[in-house]
Design a protein around this ligand. Structure first.
Ligand code: NDP
Ligand code: HSE
Length: 445
């Protein structure tokens, strides 16, 4: 069991005392954090009870122009900066895992509170980071790591701390939503849409993390950990990105009344009488009238289903410099207040320690598009195959095929075990009457 507990109390520096801040990284997010911190310095001082003082900014390239920042503050030695006596809080907006992990651990061990936007780091090393923060009696905040400006981490940590959460699902990656939306609404190519998302500062330094679903999987791990009081790491999340989604898939979905979105789904499921956690990320068909279908561009939206609260939906800017800086600065104010007045932020607690379900145990629905031999009885034969496997069909539609003697068959299943659905697809592929499976996309409604 990896439950964390807060072990020490921070007595506080006292009202009016300055709070020293080091910012690691001055790219899309760091630039906006520093700009807003300087522009609203009086507001922050009033809200915190003492001024924020920027003590240093670490970057990798000291020669790049950094408008609005005193060159004296720049360094390429993040490790020394985070351990300086005049630094109270470290803001990590570099990205990646190995280097930020070392530098964040060094900061926590040196007694500095840490604010990070780095979902990859948190999803991979949350236990280690939380333990280091507890040992030093400092704060570890990561609101910006999930869905940028949407305050979903604080909502799970605080507002819903008294409820029982069953499911958390939604769009948590701005880049892929931007790409899918552009392909659907303007007919943009995948490549052009990705280039535009990168230009706008939505994509990760290596956009593979976005398009392969890794970024959303990290966020799903964080959400599931917080929601289900169970440590869920990146490796526990089933992950499928959008790279195989074609313009033809999007057009076929549109004609059938669906939109394709990359969804993160975290839920508690019952497997043989045992409650387990399932977290997954994959392209998903949703009905065009579903609220998530209207989430455009780089916006994110998250549903939380809780026992007492019912269904909640959170919507807003899911990527970009200023929206992410809003979340980082909210955390910075929280950490600075604790430095001035004493106390600590609520930590994570993984007391429930639920087992992680295999992806095959998840309950999903499939939309299968296939090309079959156009002969009498083929529809009945395929319907029987599904019946034999115990998979109930919602719709089975035959359309004229593109080639003579072939028909297009579109099957929508009811919910079934993922493993059974996968096996069914393998069996269909092996049939002589099935020329090819054109696409298999999961469905949520
Ligand atoms: P960028 O790539 O724009 O910026 C990264 C910054 O880190 C650059 O300033 C770079 O320096 C600096 N850097 C790189 N290596 C080092 C190093 N070894 N030491 C010190 N500084 C270094 O990234 P973003 O601002 O987009 O993202 C930062 C973090 O925020 C990531 O974890 C990302 O996942 C997260 N995030 C990003 C969002 C977004 O919309 N962009 C939204 C939510 C979270 P230099 O300037 O010299 O190249
Ligand atoms: N690359 C991420 C996205 C940034 O597109 O959602 C926000 O976490």
């Amino acid at each position: 069991m990896t439950a964390t507990a807060q072990t020490s109390f921070n007595p506080g520096k006292g009202v009016g005392q300055p709070v020293g801040v080091a910012v690691l990284g001055m790219g899309t997010v760091g630039t906006e954090v520093i700009r807003l911190m300087q522009e609203y310095s009086d507001e922050f001082a009033a809200r915190i009870g003492g001024p924020l003082e920027l003590k240093g900014v670490s970057v990798s390239d000291l020669e790049k122009p950094r408008p609005g920042v005193d060159r004296e503050l720049l360094t390429d030695d993040a490790m020394s900066l985070v351990q300086r006596d005049d630094v109270d809080i470290v803001v990590e907006v570099i990205g990646g895992i190995d280097f930020p992990r070392r530098v964040v651990l060094a900061a926590l061990k040196a007694g500095k509170s840490v604010v990070t936007a780095n979902k990859a780091l948190v999803a991979a090393h949350a236990d280690e980071l939380a333990a280091a923060a507890d040992e030093a009696g400092v704060d570890l905040y990561f609101e910006a790591a999930v869905a940028a400006a949407i305050p979903v981490v604080g909502m799970l940590r605080r507002s819903l701390a008294g409820d029982q959460i069953q499911r958390i699902s939604g769009i948590v990656n701005g880049t892929t939503n931007f790409i899918l939306d552009a392909m659907e609404s303007t007919g943009a190519t995948y490549e052009d849409a990705l280039a535009e998302a990168t230009r706008l500062g939505y994509a990760e330094a290596d956009p593979t993390a976005d398009v392969e679903g890794h970024d959303a999987a990290s966020k799903a791990a964080i959400l599931a950990s917080l929601g289900f009081h169970t440590r869920v790491t990146f490796g526990d999340v089933y992950c499928e990105g959008i790279t195989k989604i074609t313009a033809a898939d999007i057009e076929a979905a549109r004609k059938a009344g669906y939109t394709i979105k990359l969804l993160a789904i975290c839920e508690k499921i019952e497997v043989d009488g045992e409650t387990k956690v399932n977290a997954r990320v994959h392209p998903t068909l949703i009905p065009s009238e579903h609220p998530l279908a209207s989430v455009k561009e780089s916006y994110n939206a998250i549903y939380v289903d809780a026992e007492a609260a019912g269904s909640l939906m959170f919507y807003g800017n899911g990527a970009g410099g200023a929206p992410t800086a809003s979340a980082v600065l909210g955390d910075l104010v929280g950490a600075a207040r604790n430095k001035v007045h004493g106390g600590r932020a609520p930590g994570e607690n993984t007391y429930a320690n639920l087992p992680i379900a295999d992806f095959g145990e998840a309950i999903t629905r499939y939309h299968i598009d296939m090309t079959v031999v156009d002969r009498a009885g083929v529809l009945a034969e395929l319907a029987q195959k599904f019946a034999d496997a115990g998979i109930s069909l919602r719709t089975l539609r035959q359309e004229e095929g593109e080639r003579h003697n072939y028909a297009r068959l579109v099957v929508v299943t009811h919910s079934a075990r993922e493993a059974d659905l996968q096996k069914m697809v393998e069996e269909l592929e092996a049939l002589d009457d099935v020329q090819r499976i054109d696409s298999v996309i999961r469905l949520d409604s």
